[in-house]
Design a protein around this ligand. Structure first.
Ligand code: TXA
Ligand code: MG
Length: 335
């Protein structure tokens, strides 16, 4: 199959209507979309991604009304969050109605829904008669794509079309929010909308642990978003001293390291701004991963704004997690 990149909305729409896949730009990361109401189309997503089939998919809608069509028992606090943050990097976990099949939710009675804040994809969604099921458009376990080139690089030959929408402006996947019996907010996945923003609107939120957030989902697997090059997380200066500078790359939050050539370094935000850092995170990881390095030394961002979500991704990208020798930290081992 030949994979094309373009801005042809009509073509994208036709492909989706006939049950084919289209990679779509969103403000968070690029998604790999199919008609959420057509199981034959949805199954193609799992195949293209090599994704374990127990992972549920986010259903992307064009407006709030469409969301209410597919979900039930929406708590008032969910509506309030939607008013503030939709379209945007917020995914709500809500009881599903029958139209949403088990294949999409992995058998869960809840469905994840969101309205992406990207003009091209919003326009596409508003022209379609169905919502789009879409995971991030990367092979399972690898870094999420934030440009059409990233998608092409990884899925070339596996999908017919990539809608061009420029670089994703947020750069981190959406924050997934669910609600407990009392209607309180629970965070299932840290992401592009900060906890502070959510709490301003919805009050104190509870961040769920790996144990608590069921069904087990890829976003909660500890080893995820990983580059192929071993990535170590800690104090960069110390790691350079201890493990050597030879063939080493650096993923720093704000400062260049004096020992290693700048060509092998990526700075997430020279201004120490966590939003800017989030936007650069996945591209920087990919660039370093393509340099044939022995190791990548990375450091955490400050735990404010999007810093928590960035650190969550960095921890999952760590080499140690791939070695699976940290069982205390991994309640449910991936793959
Ligand atoms: O920003 C985003 O959310 C991007 C863009 C493309 O919208 N999508 C994305 O999808 O990150 P994905 O599939 O890579 O991650 C979605 C996460 C997964 O961890 C999945 O298991 C979880 O959401 N999820 C989806 N539906 C769920 C459900 N019904 N219950 C619990 N978790 C769910
Ligand atoms: Mg993903």
């Amino acid at each position: 199959m030949k994979t094309e990149i373009g801005k042809d909305l009509k073509y994208a729409k036709a492909l989706l209507e006939q049950g084919d896949l289209v990679a779509i730009p969103t403000e968070t990361v690029y998604g790999l979309a199919a008609n959420a109401l057509n199981p034959d189309a949805v199954i193609k997503i799992f195949r293209a991604k090599n994704r374990p089939e127990f992972n549920p998919l986010i259903v992307h809608c064009g407006n709030w009304e469409q969301i209410t069509h597919f979900t039930a028992q929406i708590p008032p606090i969910a509506e309030k969050l939607a008013e503030h943050f939709m379209p945007g990097p917020l995914t709500l976990l809500l009881p599903k109605k029958k139209d949403i099949q088990d294949l999409v939710t992995s058998g869960s009675d809840k469905v994840a829904v969101r309205i992406p804040d990207h003009p091209i994809t919003l326009s596409l969604l508003q022209q379609l008669a169905f919502p789009l099921a879409a995971p991030s458009a990367n092979p399972s376990g690898y870094i999420s794509p934030t440009t059409s080139a990233h998608v092409f690089h990884q899925l070339n030959g596996k999908i017919p079309y990539i809608l061009e929408g420029g670089a994703s402006k947020v750069g981190l996947e959406s924050t997934i929010v669910g609600f407990d019996e009392e209607g309180r907010v629970c965070i299932y996945r840290l992401g592009g909308l900060s906890i502070e923003e959510i709490e301003k609107v919805a009050g104190k939120a509870r961040i769920l642990t790996h144990h608590e957030s069921k069904p087990k989902t890829a976003g909660q697997l500890l080893s995820h978003y990983s580059p192929r090059t071993p990535l170590m997380l800690g104090n960069i200066e110390t790691m350079v001293k201890e493990f050597g500078a030879e063939k080493a790359g650096i993923l720093a939050f704000k400062d260049l390291n004096p020992v290693i050539s700048p060509q092998f370094q990526r700075i997430l935000s020279p201004n120490a701004d966590t939003e800017e850092a989030a936007k650069n995170l996945f591209t920087s990881m990919r660039e370093l991963d393509s340099m044939n390095l022995r190791v990548i030394y990375a450091e955490e961002a400050p735990e404010e704004g999007l810093g928590q979500a960035i650190n969550d991704r960095l921890r999952r990208a760590r080499y140690e997690n791939k070695l699976l020798n940290v069982e205390d930290e991994i309640p449910d081992l991936p793959e």
